[in-house]
Design a protein around this ligand. Structure first.
Ligand code: HAM
Length: 417
């Protein structure tokens, strides 16, 4: 039996890597323009960080975490998301002291034991973006605009921004009670998940996708009708600024998200091109989380993009050539010269290759084609006698004799020209 990748994990193969490089390069470039710096935190943390940060009642913490006992008896968990770990690092290193308006981002793998399907994996990657110390609705609008600018920069055009406010610690508890009361006589006729959540986490009922439950859910009280004045004003200003920036959005009072730390603004971007797992990114404000995890009382807001899902949406690349010069030494004496030239070309910054197995001329030319080689330099007995390389320009189907002592400069000029 051969060993296969663990269910829900996937290899990102060399052919897919150009899309990933584009996604990562666009992130670094764009985030620098908005004042963000990179942070890298460990992929595993104390289990308690996620339980306290994300919420014990959430699906993520209650059934999707990869948790294991450390040899010294501690409990560790592979991170299911990046926010909690970043908040821990911000507190541990007092990053807010040095920079009371801290903007950071992270790229890396996350782990959730969900049921695998297209676009949903047990190891997946996120670009995670977090801004600490900003309370004004201006940063909500900026962060959301940034999320969409990032999709644009990746060439993704078909998407929809969904927006909601989930209230804060002043107004949400009363709303949740209202919801719980409304669910008391409705829940018994709803699905098993809703019946359970009606009690444990009534907000999550709004997230139910079961077709039979939709009509009932529409009759439930809406959070946006029960925001306190401060939350309602904040949300109105976020919307006004999004309109000012020309960012279209759809309001959905049912967007509650799967993590407990959110307050006020929550958002998601979906794309119908993704099928069932349509959410390409999600985020929101989490004022209070830093304090709950033992840090100063600072505001926070951010989002995370699922990179596997983004990669599915990124337009296919143009199959950029992988080789500038393919060397074809046909005689033993030519191989030594080719090896030296190959090294010099690489030192000059060019992608130079040859076939060390010395297969037939025909098969080597096929290899050059496959690599998209821009130039092929051939040296057989005739060329050795003339002290020259035959250099073929593949795009133009032209070839010329280039004396050995000129060949390096010639190829550098041609390849860079
Ligand atoms: P999230 O909505 O749980 O938020 O995940 C963000 C994105 O990660 C999703 O929109 C999706 O694209 C991707 N994703 C989630 N689970 C999977 C999976 N099993 N397979 C593939 N992709 C997945 C968070 O993680 C929050 N920490 C975002 C945040 C940052 N909020 C504030 N700051």
């Amino acid at each position: 039996m051969t060993i296969q990748a663990v269910r829900g994990t996937r290899d990102i193969l060399p052919d897919e890597i150009p899309a990933w490089h584009r996604i990562e390069a666009a992130a670094r470039d764009l985030l620098a323009r908005y004042g963000y710096r990179e942070i890298r935190t460990p992929v595993f943390e104390e289990t308690e960080l996620f339980a306290r940060g994300i919420g014990v009642e959430t699906d993520i913490v209650s059934k999707e975490m990869y948790t294991f006992a450390d040899r010294d008896g501690g409990s560790l968990t592979l991170r299911p998301e990046a926010t909690a770990g970043i908040v821990r690092a911000v507190i541990e290193h007092n990053l807010m002291n040095a920079d009371p308006a801290l903007k950071v981002y992270a790229l890396g793998p996350m782990f959730r034991r969900e049921r695998p399907q297209k676009g949903r994996y047990r190891q997946f990657h996120q670009l995670d973006v977090e801004a600490f110390g900003f309370t004004s609705p201006t940063i909500d609008a900026e962060v959301i605009e940034l999320a969409l600018a990032y999709l644009d920069a990746c060439g993704v055009t078909e998407h929809e921004l969904v927006l909601n406010s989930v209230g804060d610690r002043h107004c949400r508890p009363a709303y949740v009670e209202r919801l719980r009361a409304a669910l008391r006589d409705r829940a018994p006729s709803m699905c098993a998940d809703c019946r359970r959540r009606a009690d444990t986490n009534p907000l999550r009922v709004l997230d139910c996708k079961v077709p039979e439950d939709q009509a009932t859910i529409e009759t439930l009280p809406r959070i946006t009708d029960h925001l306190c004045d401060a939350c309602a004003d904040h949300f109105a200003e976020v919307r006004r600024q999004l309109e000012l920036l020309g960012v279209p959005y759809r309001l959905s009072h049912r967007l509650v998200r799967g993590l407990d730390y959110y307050v006020r603004t929550t958002f998601e971007v979906t794309s119908t091109a993704l099928g069932a797992q349509s959410s390409v990114l999600g985020g929101g404000r989490y004022d209070g989380l830093v304090k709950d995890l033992g840090g100063p009382d600072v505001a926070g807001i951010g989002f995370a993009v699922g990179l596997e899902r983004l990669a599915l949406l990124v337009p296919a690349g143009d199959g950029a050539p992988r080789c500038d010069v393919f060397l074809v030494p046909l005689a033993k004496a030519a191989l030594d010269r080719a090896l030296r030239l190959q090294r010099e070309l690489r030192q000059a910054g060019l992608r130079a290759m040859l076939d060390p197995e010395g297969r037939s001329f025909k098969s080597r030319m096929k290899q050059a084609d496959k690599l998209g080689a821009r130039f092929v330099a051939i040296m057989g007995d005739d060329e050795i006698a003339r002290g020259a390389w035959t250099v073929r320009d593949m795009a133009r189907s032209e070839q010329q004799d280039v004396p050995e002592e000129r060949v390096l400069d010639h190829l550098k000029e041609k390849a860079n020209g």
